[in-house]
Ligand binder design. Structure first.
Ligand code: NAI
Ligand code: MG
Length: 477
């Protein structure tokens, strides 16, 4: 049984209720988490506030950096343990679970080094004045984390917030709590003061909502669906609480006829099947220039047919989806495709060892997807790739930008001038040329335009979002 982690102690929810934890590889329960409520959020916010006012704001930036670095090292010692937890809790193949744990190490390492490099400026002003700015932490920050990359998204969100001098109340997704509870325990072991990092588990509409509404929360970071992003924004607007939103994408991989296809193909495949397609920055649309449409689809089709799907412990190309409702969501998209007469090029294979009760979905490649069909517009969050064709650069740009999202784009071309033109014309938070960093790169600012959200996480840039700027003007004559 897992408990909440508040003020460096394992505590049960005041509700006395719990939720089952399922293993997506076989659909069976193996643990329980707390089904917390508003009272638990209130305890966590109080603990966080006491820590911030009493202890944390006096800790020097250098000492904060040392603590974050110690935590990175502690996590590094526990990579195997954390990867195993994540494999079971989220159905992540071993390689992916390890990659997530190692990324978490990297986030804390990166933000450890950033703590004492975040500074304000002096501003030339009228004679007789000195004007400067301070970067101050918001105070108590709330973090609503999704289930697709719990450790990575925790790392970027909580790592940045702590580095900037904030304290944190974290609400993990109900399907993916276990690794984050463990990380908070490790943080206490390396010396984070009680209340600096609190974890409260439970349903989004109960405990997530309570966190978003709590008056003691000074900033909210949310990663998840556009629908809940809208709710968070509305709730936060009531008290003018700043929010950072990352709401996913429908990211295009744009392949010109002069591209190095040998280099592109494995990257196109990985960008949609990594984590079974449950990636905010998944390359879920492949836009292909006319002359190479058929031959490239054939090669992609062969690659899809070679993909094997199975239990996380088998460490195949693809693991199960997180839960039954997510599997149903993918089925709904695929049955809509069938009704619309969208042709399927190829699909991978679910291995015989995969239990019937697990949440498996074979990766599927669809072609000639009409630009207005929901498969070209909405996030599937499963291993489904929609192929479309374009004639020239203008049409590629129009198609790339023809969704409500704008998170990431990949452009594959040997033409240097076109690389720059495309990078400028595509509307998204990140553009990759002749590569695609699906979610990777702790140093690289990440976030969206349009309905993909706003604010930037990752990299040094995130620290600006986790602080507020105070301007001080002194008149000394
Ligand atoms: P969701 O947006 O409901 O869940 C994300 C987080 O928000 C979870 O921690 C959840 O508990 C919390 N939450 C839910 N309702 C809330 C509320 N009323 N107030 C506060 N917090 C709340 O996403 P869900 O239902 O798990 O997945 C649905 C779709 O959302 C996916 O198929 C995918 O398209 C998208 N999604 C995108 C993610 C991304 O990385 N951008 C991550 C997760 C989901
Ligand atoms: Mg789980």
């Amino acid at each position: 049984m897992q408990l909440n982690f508040i003020a460096n102690a394992d505590v049960p929810s005041s509700s006395g209720r719990t939720l089952q934890v399922l293993d997506p590889s076989d659909g069976q329960p193996f643990d329980e988490i707390q089904r917390s409520n508003a009272a638990d959020i209130d305890s966590a916010v109080r603990a966080a506030r006491d820590c911030f006012e009493g202890v944390w704001h006096k800790v020097s930036a250098a000492d904060r950096g040392r603590l974050l670095y110690k935590l990175s090292q502690k996590i590094a010692e526990h990579v195997d343990e954390l990867a195993l937890i994540e494999q079971r809790d989220c159905g992540k193949p071993v390689k992916q679970a390890r990659a997530d744990a190692l990324a978490l190490v990297r986030y804390f390492e990166f933000y450890a080094g950033a703590c004492d490099k975040l500074h304000g400026e002096t501003i030339p002003y009228q004679d007789g004045y000195s004007v400067f700015t301070w970067r101050e932490p918001h105070g108590v920050t709330g973090h609503i984390i999704p289930w697709n990359y719990p450790m990575q998204i925790f790392g970027r969100s909580v790592g940045g917030a702590l580095a900037a001098g904030n304290v944190c109340v974290v609400k993990p997704a109900e399907d993916a709590c276990l690794s984050l509870i463990r990380v908070a325990q490790l943080a206490a072991e390396v010396g984070f003061p009680a209340g600096a990092l609190n974890i409260v588990t439970g349903y989004g509409h109960e405990v997530g909502d309570a966190l978003a509404r709590h008056e003691g929360i000074d900033h909210i970071s949310f990663t998840g669906s556009p629908k809940i992003g809208t709710l968070i924004q509305q709730v936060a607007a009531e008290r003018h609480c700043p929010v950072t939103l990352e709401l996913g994408g429908k990211s295009p991989q744009i392949i010109f006829a002069d591209a190095d296809l040998d280099a592109a193909i494995p990257v196109i495949i990985n960008a949609i099947v990594q984590n079974a397609g449950q990636t905010c920055s998944a390359g879920s649309r492949v836009l292909i220039q006319r002359g190479i449409y058929e031959p490239l689809l054939e090669r992609l089709g062969r690659a899809f047919e070679a993909l094997r799907v199975g239990p996380a412990a088998m460490d195949l190309d693809v693991g199960p989806l997180i839960r039954q409702t997510q599997q149903q969501r993918v089925w709904d998209f695929l049955s809509d495709a069938q009704v619309a007469g969208i042709p399927m090029v190829a699909h991978g294979i679910v291995v015989d060892e995969a239990p019937e009760t697990g949440f498996y979905q074979a990766p599927t490649l669809l072609r000639d997807v009409p630009v207005n069909h929901r498969l070209a517009q909405e996030e599937v969050f499963g291993p489904v790739l929609a192929a479309m064709q374009f004639a020239d650069e203008d049409e590629a740009v129009a198609l790339a930008n023809a969704t409500q999202f704008g998170l990431v784009a990949g452009v594959w071309t040997a033409d240097g001038a076109r690389q720059f033109r495309m990078a400028k014309r595509v509307r998204s938070g990140q553009v990759f040329i002749n590569n695609y960093g699906a979610g990777g790169g702790v140093e690289l600012p990440f976030g969206g335009v349009k309905s993909s959200g706003y604010g930037r996480e990752k990299g040094f840039e995130a620290l600006y979002g986790f602080t507020t700027l105070k301007t001080v003007a002194i008149k000394h004559g």
